[in-house]
Design a protein around this ligand. Structure first.
Ligand code: PEP
Length: 256
């Protein structure tokens, strides 16, 4: 069975002080919830502080980005190696980075390879734009993104994939559980072709895009969906806790 996961992408929100407040608010209640990986991804500047705050808890830490080189003259960038002291996961290929920072499939592939090389677990985001969705191109787009991102990567055991339709991110217009389940099922099939059936069955695939406490159950009750990458709602303690709790309960009851 795949361990469910809820990851909170705080994006470019929270000062260090605000991050401390948020973690203090959610830490003990989040820690109590079992049978789901709980990951928070604050901005770089708060990683070291948050790491200390969550020490001894079951909460895991992720970063929102990396550069693919190990070190050198890349002013302002953070390398995977630097992050290994701070966190376990790193988000790569987020649509906001593709859109605003011109990250190509090739760059994302390099980021994935360099993260895995030092033992960081990438949360690889893929997803189609609205017009691609409306033109029936979802499968084609996610296949292309997936194939490019996975070039040269033999071991998927440390990789998490997040299907995030761009039209659903931050818009309040989430996909339906069924739609997301179909696309994620398709992603699994593609992985099965690229690797094998066992690998495809074991890889965790999340849904992301306007997930809230009100719609989370619609997603996590689907067989193919292993949890969610949550943006806006991850900054609201009660909302985030509800999503994590629902996931633990629903996935737990599906397991029997
Ligand atoms: C995200 O940032 O990955 C995301 C899914 O955002 P939101 O939940 O706000 O749509």
């Amino acid at each position: 069975m795949r361990m469910p996961m809820i990851a909170g992408n705080w994006k470019m929100n929270t000062t260090v002080g605000e991050a401390i407040e948020l973690v203090n608010e959610m830490r003990s209640r989040l820690d109590e919830i079992d049978n789901v990986d709980k990951v928070i991804c604050p901005p770089f500047i708060s990683l070291a502080t948050v790491k200390e705050l969550i020490k001894g808890s079951s909460i895991k830490l992720g970063a929102q980005n990396i550069y693919f080189e190990e070190k050198g003259a890349y002013t302002g960038e953070i390398s995977p190696l630097m992050l290994t002291e701070l966190c376990e996961f790193v988000i790569i290929g987020h649509s906001e980075r593709r859109q605003y920072f011109n990250e190509t499939d090739e760059i994302i592939n390099k980021k994935g390879q360099s993260a895995l090389k030092v033992g960081l677990k990438p949360i690889l985001c893929i997803g189609e734009r609205l017009e691609q969705n409306e033109a029936g191109l979802t499968a084609e787009v996610v296949t292309k993104q997936l194939r490019s991102a996975l070039v040269g990567i033999d071991d998927l055991s440390k990789m998490i994939i997040a299907y995030e339709p761009i039209w659903a991110i931050g818009t309040g217009r989430a996909a339906t559980g069924k739609q997301a389940n179909n696309t994620i099922g398709f992603i699994r099939q593609t992985i099965s072709q690229l690797y094998d059936k066992g690998i495809a069955q074991n890889v965790r695939i999340l849904y992301g895009g306007s997930v809230t406490a009100a719609n989370a159950s619609d997603f996590v009750q689907q067989y193919e969906i292993d949890g969610a990458l949550v943006g806006g709602a991850s900054l609201k303690t009660n909302e985030f806790l509800s999503i994590v709790r629902l996931t633990s309960e629903i996935k737990g009851s599906l397991r029997g």
